[in-house]
Design a protein around this ligand. Structure first.
Ligand SMILES: Cc1ncc(COP(=O)(O)O)c(C=O)c1O
Length: 409
């Protein structure tokens, strides 16, 4: 992703950042919508990024449990009650990998059903047909063992008939259905009404566990994550990204009986030298303090994101492009394809990636930094204000008109 191959040209090099802005080595300022691919809900320099010396002076990693990690676990459970028990990891990849292992240990089964275009991290099983920047169409040439792929079913997102076709193959062997409840890794894709409910029913019917990967959505879509809005309860959930306020910490958790499979109570081992390190735990507590104290921040971000989406819609309409502009809370996205919003990776694969590459560079020339891949989305933060959004909407208007004049779109 950082090499920027999907859009070509020189990769963006960042030398410093503050608030909603990133700066290149020439000191040029960009309004940043990459936001480190999601964690920076408060921009680059959050208000709680202070007194770090005092935090560090307590020691940053102990190798033993701490009162703070228990307090953090309880705070998370308060907001996401389905995480009856949870365990910390350092990265989102580890959290999902661990959740899958627990599901396998609990069910005594191997097979996993996931969805094309969803991204769950960089471990073997997750990479097959993944979205985001994963480019692993051929498992055997990508270092993914054939045996791993043999236990995997990859279904079309938002398509319960396709799920059923795969379930027929994995009968009696399915340990887990793994899904992003709102997908942010093939652009922003909402689930169709009934899709997640359908997965819940199928998990119950087959004895498999339902795992929601909320690494992007928890805290992005509110303190309760996607599951609070959708009102479907998973057996296991993974969270990460925003929770550390920019520092690496993630977690997985869920039903107490399932989590009891974990060592030391049960036979399933997970671990990590830096997992739940006190420094990152302290930052996570600050993140929750801030969001609990300032609930209006979500309304503010939603308002700004709406303003941006409306601005893009106006240009798209004026140019007769027919692109669908989508927005959920602080996520904004549109693709270079006329017609309804993306429902699955099949739609996403029909985007005009060449147009996105030209758009990316036209925006960079105008002082706006977008992710260098059409699979990603624009993330706003509490640091993005009306002026930044108005500037960005103007830049998008100019960039799309330039592309139209050049015949790119
Ligand atoms: C939904 C989802 N799950 C898991 C991950 C992996 O998290 P990490 O990059 O922290 O390993 C990502 C990362 O982008 C993600 O978007």
């Amino acid at each position: 992703m950082r090499a920027g191959r999907r859009v070509g040209g020189e990769p963006f090099v960042c030398v410093r950042a503050d608030g909603p802005y990133a700066y290149d080595p020439d000191g040029r300022r960009y309004v940043d919508y990459v936001m480190a691919y999601g964690p920076l809900l408060f921009g680059h320099t959050p208000p709680f990024l202070r007194d770090l010396d005092a935090l560090a002076a307590r020691g940053v990693v102990y190798g033993s449990t701490t009162p703070d990690e228990i307090a953090l676990a309880e705070r998370i459970r308060l907001h996401v009650p389905s995480m009856e028990k949870l365990r910390f990891t350092t990265t989102g990849s580890e959290a999902v990998q661990s959740a899958v292992r627990v599901a396998r240990a609990f069910t005594g089964r191997d097979a996993v059903l996931k969805f094309s275009g969803n991204y769950h991290g960089h471990f073997d099983l997750a990479l097959q047909d993944a979205g985001a920047s994963a480019e692993t169409p051929h498992a055997e040439r990508s270092g993914i063992p054939r045996a791993v792929v043999a236990d995997l079913a990859v279904a079309r997102y938002n398509d319960l008939d396709d799920v059923d076709r795969h379930l027929a193959r994995t009968r009696g062997r399915l340990a887990a259905i793994l899904v992003e409840p709102v997908c942010g890794n093939m652009g922003l894709v909402q689930t169709q009404p009934g899709f997640l409910e359908g997965l819940r029913e199928r998990a119950d019917a087959t004895g498999a566990l339902l795992i929601f990967d909320e690494i992007i959505t928890w805290l992005r879509l509110g303190l309760g994550g996607a599951q609070a809005r959708i009102r479907v309860t998973p057996d296991l959930t993974t969270v990460g990204k925003i929770m550390g306020g920019g520092f690496p910490i993630a977690a997985f958790g869920g039903r107490a009986d399932v989590m009891a499979t974990l060592a030391p109570d049960g036979p399933c081992f997970t671990g990590g030298t830096h997992a739940g390190m006190p420094f990152a735990v302290a930052m996570a507590l600050r993140v929750l303090d801030h969001l609990e104290r300032e609930p209006q921040l979500y309304r503010e971000m939603d308002r700004c994101a709406r303003m941006l989406a409306d601005g893009i819609r106006t240009t798209v309409r004026e140019l007769g492009l027919g692109y669908a502009v989508v927005q959920t809370e602080s996520i904004v996205d549109f693709k270079f394809r006329a017609g309804p919003p993306t429902r699955s990776y099949d739609d996403q694969r029909r985007d005009d990636q060449r147009a996105y590459a030209a758009f990316y560079h036209a925006m960079r020339a105008r002082g706006v930094l977008l992710p260098p891949s059409h699979n990603e989305v624009m993330f706003l933060s509490t640091a993005h204000g009306d002026e930044d959004v108005a500037f960005t909407a103007d830049a998008i208007d100019g960039a799309l008109r330039e592309l139209r004049e050049k015949g790119t779109i």
